[in-house]
Design a protein around this ligand. Structure first.
Ligand SMILES: *Cc1c(COP(=O)(O)O)cnc(C)c1O
Length: 346
């Protein structure tokens, strides 16, 4: 069967998600999921009918949360589908390119590869910021520039001034896609206010992280309406199942938002606990994280990752040498993890 697939698909290595890697144990700090399982009501009445392509109640609720107009919001199956829609709508296969700055999230590359779109990479600088001169030298044929902030897996924010310089540099040439999957943990760092000045800015958001709904598959693209209209041309006719919209609207209600705010504070406190505890261990470097995870450099990252794995503490190894990413789970998970690492280095 493989031989019948498109050549690009034959050559493709699928994204190695935390789920696909697997593992077994009782501490799961590998996928930046929320430790909270919240309850929702489902009516399940209208399932004989198709859903709206862009359910108005959901769009209005997210627009209000994000501080934009409803016509500046598109909802999709997770922000991963947002990435794919952008590639499909703006990049000509075999002609155009996307540009991204590793180490960063893996799905930009996979979406481009799937559609036969060239991938250009300009690595982040040593302090994980944009290398603007190098980006400018590589902009030929580039239609989309992906910037992740807070960046996964490094955890840092990208300097706002550099994002503005990038937007100036790419005017009338390419779209800048800000991946803000973790922005709900540091909302003041959002670039959403820049939408008013830059029609070529698109922002990816999701309910998977701070809103504790990774399994729901609900994400958003924020952009000016002209850009949103282009994406609506290529989206599936019924991308949002009725129960998904129902739950997402509850998550974005006044009570839902208050709960998320509280949970974000709780998770951030656990992240600070991990950060402080790990920093006290000699030989380990803990990097500041702005999302619900931190990146840590160990003397031997692979060995630490495997030892934790064998103890049922599932962390995420990273492409950065000796670095392991740890999600901020509940306090008990963080305590177990910290105790394990402390013991390991004693
Ligand atoms: C988790 C994550 C996403 C994907 O979010 P979904 O909405 O679950 O598809 C996108 N970007 C980054 C950087 C992420 O870490």
């Amino acid at each position: 069967m493989e031989k019948l697939a498109r050549k690009q698909v034959q050559a493709l290595t699928p994204y190695l998600s935390a789920r696909r890697i697997g593992g077994s144990g009782d501490v799961w700090l590998n996928a930046n999921e929320s430790p909270f399982g919240n309850e929702y009501n489902l009516s399940l009445n209208n399932l004989n009918r198709y859903s709206d392509c862009q359910p108005a109640e959901l769009i209005n609720a997210y627009a209000s949360y994000a501080g934009v107009k409803p016509e500046q919001v598109l909802t999709s199956r997770g922000s991963d589908e947002g990435i794919e829609l952008l590639v499909r709508a703006f990049c000509e296969a075999g002609e155009d390119a996307i540009l991204y700055c590793p180490p960063t999230y893996g799905m930009y590359a996979i979406s481009a590869e799937t559609f036969g779109v060239e991938r250009k990479t300009v690595p982040l600088t040593d302090d994980w910021q944009l290398n603007l001169p190098e980006i400018e030298r590589n902009l030929d044929n580039v239609k989309l520039v992906f910037v992740c902030s807070p960046n996964n897996p490094t955890g840092n924010l990208v300097n706002r001034n550099d994002i503005i310089k990038l937007l100036e540099m790419t005017k009338d040439r390419a779209i800048v896609v800000m991946d803000e999957a973790y922005i709900d943990f540091c909302l003041e760092a959002s670039t959403v206010d820049l939408l008013a000045h830059y029609p070529h800015l698109a922002i990816l958001r999701t309910l998977s992280k701070a809103f504790a709904l990774a399994g729901l598959r609900c994400g958003f693209t924020l952009a000016n309406s002209e850009l949103i209209q282009v994406l609506l041309k290529v989206i599936a006719p019924y991308p949002v199942p009725i129960p998904v919209a129902e739950i997402a609207v509850q998550a974005l209600s006044e009570a839902g938002l208050a709960r998320t705010k509280f949970q974000v504070l709780d998770i951030s406190a656990n992240r600070a606990y991990l950060q402080a505890g790990l920093s006290a261990i000699e030989g380990i470097t803990v990097f500041d994280g702005w999302g619900n995870y931190i990146l840590i450099e160990f003397p031997d990252g692979d060995a630490l990752f495997k030892a934790a794995w064998n103890e049922g503490i599932i962390l995420r190894n990273s492409p950065i040498k000796n670095c392991v990413r740890i999600s901020a789970g509940n306090r008990e998970e963080c305590e177990k993890t910290l105790a394990f690492i402390r013991n390991y280095y004693q």
